[in-house]
Design a protein around this ligand. Sequence first.
Ligand code: ADP
Ligand code: ZN
Length: 832
Amino acid sequence: MSRLVSVAVPVPALDLLTYRVPDGLDVPAVGARVLVPLGARRLTGVVVRTGVPAPGGEQAVALKNLIDVFDAAPFLPPSVVGLGQWIADYYLCGPGEAVGAAMPPFAWVESEWRVRITPDGTLRAGAPRSLLRSTLRESILSLLADGAWAPLRSIAYRLEHAGGGRRGRAVPARAAIRALQAEGLVEVEDVLGGQAEAFKTTRVAAITAQGAQALTGTDPLGPKQRAALAALAAVPEGITVTRLRERGLSADVLQRLEGRRLIGIRRDPVDRDPFDSSSLPVADGGGIADGRVLTDEQVAAYEHLRQRAAERGFATVLLHGVTGSGKTEIYLRLAGDVRSAGRSVLVLVPEIGLTPALAGAFRSRFGDRVAIQHSGLSDGERYDQWHKIRRGAVDVVVGTRSAVFAPLASLGLIVVDEEHDGSYKQEDSPRYHGRDVAVMRGKREGALVVLGSATPSLESYQNAVTGRYDLLTLDRRVLDRPLARVTLIDMREEFAVRGPDVVLSQALVDGIARCVAREEQVLVLLNRRGFATAVFCRQCAGTIDCPNCSVSLTVHGGRGDVMRARCHYCNYATTVPKACPSCAAPYLVHTGFGTERVEREVAAAFPGARVARLDRDTIRRRGGAVSLLGRFARREIDVLVGTQMIAKGHDFPRVTLVGVVSADVGLGLADFRASERTFQLLTQVVGRAGRGEEPGEAIVQTLYPGHYSIRHARHQDYRAFFEEELAFRRAMQYPPQLALTNGIVRAGSLADAMKDAGTIVEALRKSAKGGHFLVLGPAPAPFVKLRGEHRAQFFIKGSRRAALREAIGRTLAALPDLRRRVIIDVDPVSVL
Ligand code: ADP
Ligand code: ZN
């Protein structure tokens, strides 16, 4: 078999590299990490293919050797490596970036083998050279003579550079060490170097064979040493050093025993439990799930899913259930069935930090067989969780986007909750969509995939309508609770009566007053942060813009009465000046408003109420959202003002009113998904009202009460919205009618960006001759300048994805200099 392997290395836009496995190293398995040379660097990579056929000619000569193999068995499961390759192909990114997305923290770092001399080795080291058979082996043993662990790499390096810098001895040195290991003269182990803090470890002492002999033999032993050995002899798997100390056996004693090799001290990992640190609330539903009677609709959906799961093959089911219809309960029961059948379960959620209840429900149902994976965890926590899953100590994983790569074996079920949510899409490379990767993973591993939402994405619903997915519908809330009654407030009328500065309509103020008086809770949504959206000069009509981005700065309250102006894209910030920077006139006014202003208005109108705000500015701290939402759940807050964060899947039974300050925030954007996003956001936030005993109400302020996304959200009529939006997408040739890819070219000036984008577009048009796709552009991007870079945009649309992909891949491969400055976004969620 060929000793060539293909390796993915974490370098953007780099293809797979082929290396030769040198003699002395075993051919690594797919999924194992290896150390490879790349130019002058040495990098960790992941083996993607083994037994690669030798390339011909020059390429064969240029093949380099692997430097080392870190893992004797696959580190990433081969199924996950395969998924990474699919991502690289589909999303047109480098395989190293794709595989890298599946790696746990610390996995790329210098993982290394270390080596230590054994007692036999020490004896042999003094023997005549003939017994060692080579000076190389002799030098190795003498380098290890002090009995301490040494990194194999440093031994190899020292031998390589010994004797007047003769090179090329690294591989023989490794081979010699392996041979010494086979003879029992040295021991070798795999450790992750330079990252002891990453592990939370505990030191465990265990008795060695020599120790056991010493205990029965005649070796001189102090009384403490004897006591320690006796204790350890009774517990062969070892006792933690802490426990031994508690028994009065000092570190000194243990060290001396270790020095005599009568005991060994190892480090065992201690898993950090993210549930401890973030104190996830346990959802009230989780624990009593088994005793609860499902509604008829829940029963019908659950029975269908159970049958699908029993088939043990791939299928995708869209569970379209209105807000509060009890989807979580169905996931929990299905997960229980799949687990009992010996298969594992993966549950994806958009943001655990905002919806810890779902993770809590799984935890309370399945105990510590559940792991959670999300970006709010520390690296150490994620590391521990990942390894726990990989060891098979976990069979249910609840996590955000990147958990789609969780190293679970025998996957039986993947749930994607709130499948429409935009946070499933990764906005930097690899630009994958967690939901779509989940479906692909289900397909590759023969698992059932359940997509759940009250407001499915157009793509998923279209797939259900055309029969690619099964469609299950829950039209009613549990216990027949009514959906919230929605009142639209036409703000043009409000402005006509009360002037143009109105933030809260009279109806909303009255509604909040009623709730506060009845000690019920209120959510107020405005999907825009800050105090004011722009600073405007009344003399020259200029605004204060970001120097790095083509946007105006947002005003935020600072300390005292100093206002700060900040860019939401690059974080540039400055104090709001007293006079206009362009014309020096002192007539600056704030225009537009965001959540800070709403919070202030509500607090001023209701001095007795407890008002708080949830947006990206108030939850900077890790766990900030969980603690704020916890306070709201404990009813320590009466009115919670916030951005879309307050709309996400929360279940607060005491919320009876939802106010939407401006339903139109997203409608003006030059994005074909603007209506869909507006409909989803409104329907979701309205769905937060009336989930308990009291019925709910929503008051929605808008300038466009006739807009279809607002009209249909008002009646929470998903199907009507879907039909109307689909007609628009058909007419405009947008997804799901066609596949779309967005290209952005970045350059130092707009002229350069446009010129380079033009080059790419021209090349693409040439390959589009067959008529399989259409190239639009180039044009200045909606954010024509972002973080100091100028941007030009182009689109490729077509019905045959493969043709589209192939053409882009080929075009960019032919333009290597440009490739690094081009962002290719396949199936973009946002085209701004
Ligand atoms: P969804 O995710 O569909 O919006 P949830 O799963 O959050 O809805 O369920 C809404 C509420 O109804 C939760 O408090 C849940 O515990 C409760 N619930 C779910 N199923 C039932 C049932 N069969 N009987 C009573 N309450 C239920
Ligand atoms: Zn900026």
